[in-house]
Design a binder for this molecule. Structure first.
Ligand code: KIV
Length: 255
């Protein structure tokens, strides 16, 4: 089976229809996503909550995301695997950025990495691309800045914020990113950025006008006890059906 390439993802921008992408954090979910022919899997730092049970994406470590990336790589034969760079694995210096991104590629088997931020991480992105490490950008609501943003809120609602997000997206394209996640920004702003850039935009909570969309695996399956975010597209209720099965097993054994 042929592996999806970065060029393939870039070409999806010219499709008339939107393309789907999704997170996965382990061998079996990666196998399922691969079999469903989803072109891109993100080993997202949302694993911080979905797998490790932390409150935000801030605590997850390089070691924790590396382990999940290895498992996803073993499960996926076709999809392009992008690994999220955890909080403070790239912000401190360009050397740290390259060392940690290199680990996710060399040891984890990822084909690319994702970093949050725009203008302020332009040099990091440029250096990664120069070293042969493809980068997916991420602007708008950047969950690693949870405290700085005073919570999860739609970003870019006023002109000043909107201009900053456009500048961030353009900086990432200039630095060589092959695509950009637009999280929780108004649809009109997402459309403007999508029409301005030559690389694909991948939206989450940013309306329908992006080139592609991304959803969190556990959200689309209803596989969490927490209330999913408003933009989650839910197709199943796994949490309650798994709970029912485990309870049935318990009562079968007990009786
Ligand atoms: O970690 C994650 O799941 C993400 C997506 C929401 C884009 O960054």
């Amino acid at each position: 089976m042929k592996k999806i390439t970065i060029q393939h993802i870039k070409n999806l921008k010219s499709l008339k229809t939107s393309f789907p992408t999704i997170t996965a954090y382990d061998y079996m979910s990666a196998k399922i996503v691969d079999e469903a022919e989803i072109p891109l899997i993100l080993v997202g730092d949302s694993a911080s909550m979905m797998i490790y049970g932390y409150d935000t994406t801030i605590p997850i470590s390089m070691e924790e995301i590396l382990l999940l990336t290895k498992a996803v790589s073993r499960g996926s034969k076709r999809s392009l695997i992008v690994a999220d760079m955890p909080f403070l694995s790239y912000q401190p210096s360009i050397e740290e950025t390259i060392k940690n991104a290199g680990k996710l590629m060399k040891e984890g088997g990822a084909a690319a990495v994702k970093l949050e931020g725009g203008v302020r991480i332009k040099q990091n992105v440029y250096a990664l691309v120069e070293h042969g490490i493809p980068v997916l950008g991420h602007v708008g609501l950047t969950p690693q800045s949870y405290h700085q943003m005073s919570g999860y809120k739609v970003q870019g609602k006023n002109n000043q914020e909107a201009k900053q997000i456009i500048d961030d997206a353009c900086a990432l394209e200039e630095a060589g990113a092959f695509g950009i996640v637009l999280e929780c920004i108004p649809e009109a702003l997402a459309e403007k950025i999508t029409n301005t850039l030559t690389i694909p935009t991948i939206g989450i909570g940013s309306g329908k006008k992006c080139d592609g969309q991304i959803q969190v695996f556990h959200d689309i399956l209803g596989y969490s006890s927490d209330k999913p975010p408003g933009h989650a597209m839910q197709y199943d209720s796994l949490y309650s059906s798994v709970l029912k099965s485990v309870k049935k097993y318990k009562s079968d054994i007990e009786s």
